[in-house]
Write a protein that binds this ligand. Structure first.
Ligand SMILES: C[S@@+](CC[C@H](N)C(=O)[O-])C[C@H]1O[C@@H](n2cnc3c(N)ncnc32)[C@H](O)[C@@H]1O
Length: 260
């Protein structure tokens, strides 16, 4: 699989489109296969390719929701949890409180690694569930917080994904979507060389799989810009939708509160 060609206006983008996918079902299948293929090296590659800054982004995102996480009666869902690093950041931020934290992903191989990393957390370990973010196995109005780190961008339909998040959030509940952005200016130009030329080569070398690390920059380029994403969040029923850039906009956190 090689990167998808970016030609459309970002406001007309429906969702992720790995090359070769002809509809949303085949796009979701391609995404799942891709992450399953890199699961054994996913953590290593994440830390190497981001120079460990990913840990700061997860921690900072979790801290933004501390007011919810310190409540022992809170219910928290981390979508597209992968090997669980964002989920564990939420767990750490909860400290001595014991909110119910669930990590969900549709790649079994990624969840196996998350489960293995739970050793030592005992009773306070997050629960892991194999589920599609587009069709969650939860009743409506169930969670106080729904997060997703570097996963939402891979959904086959962004608006439907936001509606599904809104459905499972209780009124007044919050969502946090951490994902890559496109920094501007000179730094942006340098970063683009790294992200488009260096990262795919190193990622391919270490993982032994060609597609995913070429798909990554293409999917970020295709992802709606912050203004567009905020408009989509508002359209899905989130008030106070905002975006906070992290590390000069290389990543950023979208936040929204479901209308009461
Ligand atoms: C880039 S990884 C991010 C993992 C983790 N959140 C992190 O920050 O490292 C994206 C994850 O999203 C998952 N994913 C993509 N689309 C999904 C969907 N529709 N439902 C559930 N999981 C999905 C993939 O399986 C993958 O594990």
């Amino acid at each position: 699989m090689s990167p998808s060609v970016v030609s459309e206006n970002k406001s007309s983008v429906v969702g992720a489109a790995p090359q070769g996918a002809s509809d949303q079902t085949s796009a979701a299948r391609a995404v799942r296969e891709m992450f399953t293929s890199i699961a054994p090296r996913y953590d290593l590659l994440n830390h190497v390719l981001s120079f460990n800054i990913d840990r700061l982004w997860w921690r900072r995102s979790a801290r933004a929701f501390r007011h919810i996480l310190v409540r022992s009666d809170a219910r928290v869902l981390d979508l597209c949890c992968g090997t669980g690093d964002m989920t564990f950041a939420l767990r750490r931020q909860a400290g001595k409180s014991s909110p119910r934290i669930v990590g969900a992903d549709f790649s079994h191989a990624m969840l196996q690694r998350a489960t293995a990393k739970s050793t030592g957390w005992n009773a306070s370990a997050p629960d892991w569930i194999e589920a599609d973010a587009m069709n969650l196995p939860f009743a409506g109005s169930r969670f106080d917080l729904v997060t997703s780190a570097f996963g939402f961008r891979n959904l086959a339909d962004y608006d439907a994904g936001l509606r599904e998040i809104s459905r499972v959030l209780r009124p007044g509940g919050e969502c946090g979507i951490l994902d890559f952005g496109e920094p501007k200016g000179v730094l942006g130009s340098l970063y683009r060389i790294y992200f488009k030329q260096v990262l795919p080569r190193v990622g391919t070398l270490i993982s032994g799989v060609r597609g995913p690390y070429a798909y990554l920059p293409a999917s970020v380029e295709r992802f709606p810009a912050p203004e567009e994403m905020i408009a989509r969040m508002k359209g899905a029923g989130f008030a106070e939708a905002t975006w906070t850039p992290y590390s000069f906009g290389i990543a950023g956190l979208y936040r929204g509160k479901k209308l009461r």
